[in-house]
Design a protein around this ligand. Structure first.
Ligand SMILES: O=P(O)(O)O[C@H]1O[C@H](CO)[C@@H](O)[C@H]1O
Ligand SMILES: O=c1cc[nH]c(=O)[nH]1
Length: 235
């Protein structure tokens, strides 16, 4: 048991998919895993372990934002020995090159997070990046599955509602889409020498106004999940 997860040691696999929405964790476990067992209901941040194509995999909801995912990432790594972490989340499109329902592999996560800056202090602006091995495998898994993916820099921002961000400048510098967690996931994975990747689905587009329904955000986006699960099996 850790501060926010009631699982016993050994209940959680060494590879974990991490959706922000705990109900998406339930959906993934019940839809994709064989023999899913729920190991966590603390704060309704559901966690499940089962098998996928013979590999033991866990799915852990993380809640929204860098403070919340940082708690689960720290505890999964340090209290349960997790070695490979995939965020599977929704993301707001920014670049005109991405569209609703597209899958994005986050190569790096630009951020305005004070947590990241305060970790280093001074004039350091740390560049959180995903694990290249996972990124490479996910890219080729997606090609094999004939699921189009875009790879590149995303934004992990502290505020969902943020009308002060100069989004056009970020787009001009190659940032494709925004979400709220990947920078912390990548930084903590680097700190503890484990592997992390974010596989995202564009749920809405901030510049064009395209959108999806809350039900679709909870229950669909199966392409993203298949890419993450098949990468977990191969990586
Ligand atoms: O769909 P999830 O994984 O929660 O991710 C995105 O959705 C939430 C905002 O609605 C934030 O957590 C953001 O990163
Ligand atoms: O953080 C997020 C996630 C999805 N869509 C957004 O606009 N922002």
């Amino acid at each position: 048991m850790s501060n926010h997860i009631e699982a016993k040691m050994g209940d959680i696999a060494d590879t974990v998919l991490m959706p922000g929405d705990p109900l998406r964790a339930k959906y993934i476990a019940e839809t994709f895993l064989e023999n899913p067992v729920c190991y966590n209901k603390v704060r309704n941040c559901f966690g499940y372990t089962g098998t996928y194509k013979g590999k033991r995999i866990s799915i852990q909801g993380t809640g929204m934002g860098i403070p919340s995912i940082s708690i689960y990432t720290n505890e999964l790594i340090n209290d349960y020995g997790v070695k490979t972490l995939f965020r599977v989340g929704t993301s707001g499109g920014m670049s005109p090159n991405v569209h609703v329902r597209d899958v994005v592999l986050a190569q790096a996560a630009t951020t305005d997070s004070a947590i990241i800056h305060n970790t280093f202090g001074g004039g350091i602006y740390y560049a959180p990046i995903s694990d290249f091995g996972l990124l490479d495998t996910a890219y080729h898994v997606a090609q094999d599955l004939k699921i189009p993916v875009q790879v590149g820099n995303i934004l992990a921002e502290d505020r969902f509602y943020n009308d002060e961000m100069d989004r056009q400048k970020l787009i001009d510098y190659g940032v494709m889409a925004t979400e709220m967690e990947s920078a912390a996931l990548f930084m903590l994975a680097a700190k503890y020498h484990v592997r992390a990747l974010s596989v995202l689905t564009i749920s809405n587009h901030l510049m064009t106004g395209e959108s999806t329904t809350p039900e679709e955000r909870e229950k669909s986006f199966n392409d993203m999940i298949k890419v993450a699960l098949d990468t977990a099996v191969k990586a």
